[in-house]
Design a protein around this ligand. Structure first.
Ligand SMILES: *Cc1c(COP(=O)(O)O)cnc(C)c1O
Length: 470
């Protein structure tokens, strides 16, 4: 549906559109580039969109991390920063906001999500442990591994099938968890690592029924259930839309109920919580909290700031409150859906159902002639940038890294290029431009030749790897 047809449809009888529940007060001009400029920028960046300068990017869909637009209320809150080293007033505001909207008892601020992942992994994991989770996330798994654990993917099989229409592709397969318990023993499993929604599966949600069953399984085996709450607000919308009994339950209530089945959570506040930097860690267990509160001082800062300025914590507290509003979440996910539906209409292969924060182009079906070792998803990200200056991100073989034992590439089933939509930043017209550029790359797909990796860093290689075209 182009902007034009949308306009025409607006005049049709009975149509009711949704719109963003905000208006724009300040604008940031975008820079347009020529194709020649993009060719040279991409070469300089080693064909890795992470290495592009943002000044060379037109519409930036690299990530929804730290890229949200803050509200006027959040900016006003920035002026109320209490920059005391200890006991900042803004910390208590943040603590109260997490307690009220997520329901956990004890809260620590961290500089961002991985700071919280580091603390929880180091505190709960002993070398030789096993951590089951619903598909890996890059930094989460790395911190679990650095703490000495082996990660086990226990997500349902449907999650690995980009065409499965399962409504909750983020669900954990309880049989897989039970098998792991039988194999290694519950005492070697410090916690189950549950993420809602599941980024690497395409922003797919976990059902309330699943977390309830997980709670029972964990209780029966004395295993903690820890939540990666980074996109849990978006997960709550899917529960409202798809799970029986929740159609009239506000997002905030769904969020609280879901979290109540877990023992604690880590958060990248740069996503759902609508700030540009920040994170938090929350647990209910007082003894565990005491250990975490001690460790935060070593790596992040005193337990009442954890690497954040007072003003950051104020903006975060306000962002949490705004992030659970039904109108906000509907328009946020609605914009992602609008982009996805345009692409579906043009038969561009994407992961279905459309997830919460991003459209994932299925590079295997986009470029069926490229084998996975030629980095098809990375190739597509480069093609899209060359076409229009739109920046996307690889989520495929480059992101999956190497097997620690064999040294060979991990070869994930999903080979995806992610178009991640920042919150409250772009308009529907931007989404039209994005869809049309993807379509242009799709029409030219036969010309793609793939990439070879010419520089590979040791950790999280996708961030800094360099490629060259074949
Ligand atoms: C971004 C992210 C993290 C890590 O958080 P940072 O703030 O980037 O350190 C962890 N888990 C998920 C699901 C994420 O998306």
């Amino acid at each position: 549906m182009s902007g034009q047809s949308l306009h025409t449809m607006g005049q049709q009888h009975g149509r009711r559109s949704w719109a963003e529940p905000w208006k724009i007060k300040m604008v940031e001009p975008l820079k347009m580039t020529t194709r020649e400029e993009r060719v040279s920028a991409l070469e300089e960046a080693g064909y890795n969109t992470f290495l592009l300068r943002s000044d060379d990017v037109y519409i930036d869909l690299l990530t929804d991390s730290g890229t949200s637009a803050m509200s006027d209320r959040q900016w006003a809150g920035m002026m109320l920063g209490d920059e005391a080293y200890a006991g900042s007033r803004n910390f208590y505001r943040l603590e109260a906001a997490v307690q009220r909207f997520y329901g956990y008892r004890h809260i620590l601020p961290t500089h961002q999500g991985r700071g919280a992942e580091h603390l929880i992994s180091q505190t709960l994991i002993t070398t030789g442990d096993h951590v089951p989770g619903n598909m890996y996330f890059t930094t989460t798994r790395l911190h679990q591994e650095l703490a000495g654990a082996t990660f086990h993917d226990v997500i349902i099989d449907e999650a690995h099938d980009p065409l499965s229409q399962h409504p909750f592709k983020g669900d954990v397969d309880l049989v897989k968890v039970q098998q792991l318990i039988d194999e290694v023993g519950a005492e070697r499993i410090p916690y189950l690592s549950l993420a809602g929604t599941v980024n690497m599966a395409g922003g797919q949600p976990v059902s309330m029924a699943n977390v309830r069953e997980l709670r029972a399984l964990c209780d029966a085996n004395g295993i903690r259930l820890m939540l990666d709450a980074t996109r849990m607000v978006e997960n709550a919308l899917f529960i409202q839309e798809r799970e029986e009994g929740y159609a009239h339950t506000p997002i905030a209530e769904i969020l609280l109920e879901f979290c109540s089945y877990t023992d604690g959570a880590w958060m990248s506040a740069k996503k759902d919580n609508l700030v540009n930097i920040g994170g938090w860690l929350a647990v209910n267990d007082r003894e565990l909290f005491d250990e975490l509160r001690n460790l935060v001082v070593v790596y992040e800062g005193l337990h009442t700031y954890g690497g954040l300025a007072g003003r950051d914590m104020e903006a975060l507290a306000i962002g949490i409150e705004e992030s659970v509003s039904d109108e906000h979440v509907r328009s946020r996910v609605g914009q992602v859906r609008y982009l996805g539906e345009l692409l579906q209409e043009w038969d561009v292969p994407i992961v279905e159902p459309i997830g919460g924060h991003a459209i994932f182009l299925d590079a295997r079906r986009f470029y069926p002639h490229l084998e996975q070792d030629l980095f098809p998803a990375q190739t597509l990200a480069a093609a899209l940038y060359l076409d229009s200056g739109i920046r996307s991100m690889e989520r495929g073989i480059a992101s999956a890294g190497r097997n620690a034992q064999t040294g060979d590439h991990n070869r994930p089933k999903l080979e995806l290029t992610r178009l991640t939509v920042p919150r409250r930043v772009y308009t529907q017209a931007h989404m039209d431009v994005v869809a049309e550029s993807v379509k242009a790359c799709f029409d030219a797909r036969a010309e793609a030749r793939g990439l070879e990796m010419v520089y590979e860093p040791r950790y999280l290689r996708f961030f800094q790897a360099r490629f060259s075209p074949l």
